[in-house]
Design a protein around this ligand. Structure first.
Ligand code: NDP
Length: 323
């Protein structure tokens, strides 16, 4: 089968389209023939080595497809079932072997396989951020950075579902329009305007209850300035680079702020939580209450272009690969 291997860390050019052996499922595992794989920013961090993995490895950790073989002891899945997953390495490939307990069944007549692949990682992220890391209460105001991105568009929709007043940021007017379409009440063009000043103006000087920051280096410090007393800073990414070490005293001086740096794996730590988040998303999609924007579809062999576009801030919504 074909797979995208990383033999050494580096730029998009290190993504190597290779023949590898079809893996066999061991006890408790299943092999899935992938209909689509998701591209995520974490794939960039793993490709460059910012998040180190031992090379060589097959990149990608999200996808959806059909079960084609099951290992010993797997009872809850059968050949032919449609399943989706996130957080299992090796998804930039035609087939993947995954622990059965990480596979979430979906009804392919209600949710297309591409959409299932597109929503697992970014959708469950938006779910845990809005429901658990900082569980939004009706009437609260939140700031969502990169609101037209993959996670961003889903964040806008889920934050609205929970009753928030949503201020987004985006890098262009076209992106701002998409964020508004996803429910953002206001969108600040943070490449042209000072988002801290604008956020204060939009909140009559009060600031927001929570900043959801995936951009990191270029937005973090100012984000602390737009939080109201005892506000929450949820830093969940580093699209512009990592945030340098912080002095805890700053959180005291700026109003007894809360800070967390969460990750999806810790919010889908058991099967019950994984199914709750994923099946909630599939239900909302089936009811037309959640829209998943696939902003780019690439052949598996063209994954280098997908990475260039994602890193180059050229993309909106989700990028997927078709084997
Ligand atoms: P996005 O689709 O959001 O793409 C990144 C966006 O970040 C760009 O489109 C751009 O939007 C913005 N951005 C701002 N500055 C830069 C920069 N210097 N270089 C590149 N992009 C920049 O990606 P994803 O939705 O896949 O991921 C969003 C973030 O969320 C990532 O940082 C990712 O690591 C993180 N994440 C964290 C998870 C967790 O559990 N902790 C899980 C999933 C994702 P614009 O032009 O509008 O500024």
């Amino acid at each position: 089968m074909k797979a995208i291997r990383v033999n050494e860390n580096g730029g998009p050019e290190v993504l190597s389209y290779e023949d590898v052996e079809v893996p066999e499922p061991g006890p408790g595992e299943a092999r899935v023939r992938l209909a689509a794989s998701g591209v995520n920013f974490i794939d960039v961090y793993q490709r460059t080595g910012l998040y180190p993995l031992e090379t060589p490895f097959t990149l990608g950790q999200e996808g959806a497809g059909e079960v084609e073989a099951v290992g010993e002891g797997v009872e809850e899945l059968s050949v032919g079932d449609h399943v989706a997953f996130a957080g299992v390495m090796g998804a930039y490939a035609e087939q993947i072997v995954a622990p059965a307990e990480r596979l979430v069944p979906f009804n392919v007549t209600l949710v297309e396989a591409r959409v299932a692949a597109a929503v697992m990682l970014q959708g469950m992220t938006a779910h845990y951020l809005t429901h658990s890391a900082f569980p939004i209460e009706e009437g609260q105001t939140v700031l969502v950075h990169a609101a037209a991105g993959g996670v961003g568009l889903l964040m806008c929709q889920l934050a609205k579902m929970r009753g928030a007043y949503v201020i987004g940021t985006a890098g262009s007017e076209e992106k701002a329009e998409l964020a508004r379409g996803a429910g953002a009440d206001e969108v600040i063009l943070y490449t042209e305007q000072d988002f801290a000043e604008e956020t204060k103006r939009l909140t009559s000087g009060e600031g927001v209850h929570c900043v959801y920051d995936s951009v990191g280096k270029t937005t973090f410090d100012k984000g602390l300035d737009v939080l109201r007393l005892r506000g929450h800073m949820v830093l969940y990414g580093a699209s512009s680079g990592p945030v340098p070490p912080q002095d805890p005293q700053v959180f005291n001086q700026k109003g007894s702020l809360f800070f967390t740096r969460p990750k999806l794996a810790d919010y889908t730590a058991n099967r019950e939580e994984l199914l709750w988040r994923a099946q909630s998303l599939f239900t909302w999609i089936g009811q037309n209450n959640l829209s998943v924007r696939i902003g780019g579809t690439y052949k598996l062999s063209e994954v280098d272009q997908a990475h260039r576009d994602l890193e180059g801030r050229k993309t909106t919504g989700k990028l997927i690969l078709i084997p």
